[in-house]
Design a protein. Structure first.
Length: 277
């Protein structure tokens, strides 16, 4: 489990300046305890036998989303990146549990008529998928993204152009010809970066980051720093993942407000270690 930082450590390492320690501490402790309790329940035969398929699915969904939120909050607070990397397989474990119980619900009498996707890319669940994919890429767990690709395929009426391109670096058969994004702004602008020549990409990414927050004004995370515990930090995770995958020179934007540069540096160092280590 990721350690919740002390106030003293938080003050020196916090990456998100709008995040208050009191909010971080309360939410971090809540997420950690709920994730552990939820995983424990989902492993107990007695607890499982007392719940119907819908209740089990809801519990697994909650734990899976909280696990992604915990990584997000921890990054914003200044957690060690090696610690975040070590935690990612546990997050994937919660996603696989959610997949298991969502599929089981769809096969049950309770969920037989349900058309709901495990993670509906047309809705706010997109943001959990985006983070899960980007964390997988940047924390060095690309080989696990085939699970995410399979999970989001379940009952989703449309795939997302940006996510398909990100996943294509690790999962064969992704449709990189899709020209739309399910959430549109700000994400569809990343497609220009993928399609551009290498020399044009730094300027396009700098432009993307410059307008990222205001372009996100219809997204659930917009202005979330005014809503207490809903705030986990403002970061363009996709900008970091794309920069890493396309090996873009980020000199012109590495100090941009919403760019998680440390994650890109971490991914690049890990890649060099694999190649030359």
């Amino acid at each position: 489990m990721i350690e919740v930082l002390t106030a003293e450590v938080f003050q020196t390492r916090a990456r998100e300046k709008l995040l208050a320690y009191e909010i971080y501490q309360d939410e971090g402790e809540h997420l950690a305890s709920t994730i552990l309790r939820g995983r424990d329940n989902l492993s107990k035969l007695e607890w499982l036998e007392s719940k119907d398929t819908g209740q089990k699915m809801l519990a697994a969904s909650t734990v899976a989303e909280m696990a992604v939120d915990f990584v997000t909050l921890a990054y914003s607070a200044g957690a060690n990146l090696a610690e975040l990397r070590a935690f990612y397989p546990l997050v994937m474990e919660t996603w696989l549990a959610h997949e298991k119980y969502h599929v089981a619900y769809g096969k049950s009498l309770l969920g037989a008529t349900s058309t709901a996707a495990t993670y509906a890319l047309l809705g706010d669940a997109f943001h959990y998928v985006n983070r899960m994919v980007c964390f997988g890429i940047l924390l060095g767990w690309g080989e696990q993204l085939s699970h995410v690709a399979r999970i989001i395929k379940h009952k989703n009426p449309r795939m997302d152009g940006m996510l398909e391109r990100l996943l294509s670096y690790y999962v064969p058969g992704r449709d990189t010809s899709i020209t739309t994004c399910t959430r549109h702004l700000p994400y569809f602008k990343t497609l220009k970066v993928f399609n551009a020549s290498p020399e044009a990409r730094p300027a396009l990414m700098a432009e993307y980051l410059e307008v990222w927050y205001e372009a996100s004004r219809r997204e659930s995370y917009y202005d979330s720093h005014t809503r207490d515990t809903s705030f986990k930090g403002y970061w363009s995770w996709e900008a970091a993942a794309i920069t890493f995958l396309l090996d873009i020179d980020d000199t012109s934007y590495r100090n941009a407000e919403f760019y998680p540069a440390e994650l890109v540096d971490f991914a690049r160092r890990a890649k060099l270690d694999r190649v030359y280590g």
